[in-house]
Design a protein around this ligand. Structure first.
Ligand code: IMP
Ligand code: MG
Length: 190
């Protein structure tokens, strides 16, 4: 039988809450008096987006997209494909793309091109977490960031491992031996 995954708290919920408030304050300042359109990348960003949106003191609208990635670990030409598109047009809107984590940068690179082609008024990227040491698309950088973390596989606060642990309040590292990082190369929805 496979060993039960072992978790270690990396960022406790209180720290996440404080940091989400700080990120929201910057967005409030940058967009004062203007509406913003949040686009969450399903499913990982849903909890971060929900908390962030409620700290915004602006006119806010929300939409979601979903993508799937192929062969991220095994194949350096890992491809991203759209699984769920937006419900409405973003032309002329202040779009803020909300991601759970920037890893290789491929997902955000794909999405920012797709969104930019739809002529928003502005396009910013907010990410809860960033693992810069893993970046392959070097010019992908968040405009707003929660935390920079080392190259560790993390779960909780929206992030999953094989569909598990999204509901955890803290961000936790999945300890070696838990099977993290062993990906099959099958399509995986973020
Ligand atoms: P990228 O396209 O390589 O930047 O991958 C981004 C996506 O991979 C994220 O949106 C997550 O869904 C997933 N991902 C990357 N690192 C982690 C992690 O440590 N835990 C959980 N999901 C991760
Ligand atoms: Mg994701």
């Amino acid at each position: 039988m496979p060993a039960a995954p072992r978790l270690k708290v990396l960022i406790p919920h209180a720290d996440i809450r404080r940091r989400v408030r700080a990120v929201a304050r910057r967005i409030n300042r940058d967009f004062r008096g203007q509406p913003v359109h949040l686009i969450g990348v399903l499913s990982g960003a849903c909890i971060f987006l929900a908390d962030l949106a409620r700290q915004l003191d602006l006119e806010v609208s929300i939409d979601f997209m979903a993508v799937a990635s192929y062969g991220r670990e095994k194949n350096s030409s890992g491809q991203v494909r759209l699984v769920k598109d937006l419900d409405s047009s973003i032309e002329g809107l202040n779009v803020i793309l909300v991601e759970d984590i920037l890893d290789t940068g491929r997902t955000v690179d794909y999405l920012r091109r797709l969104l930019a082609a739809r002529r928003p008024k502005s396009l910013r990227i907010v990410a809860l977490l960033d693992k810069p040491s893993r970046r392959l698309v070097l010019d992908v950088r968040p405009d707003y960031l929660g935390f920079e973390i080392p190259n560790q596989f993390v779960v909780g606060y929206g992030l999953d491992w094989a569909g598990r642990f999204r509901h955890l309040r803290d961000i936790c590292a999945l300890l070696p031996g838990s099977g993290a990082g062993r990906r099959t190369g099958r399509a995986g929805v973020s």
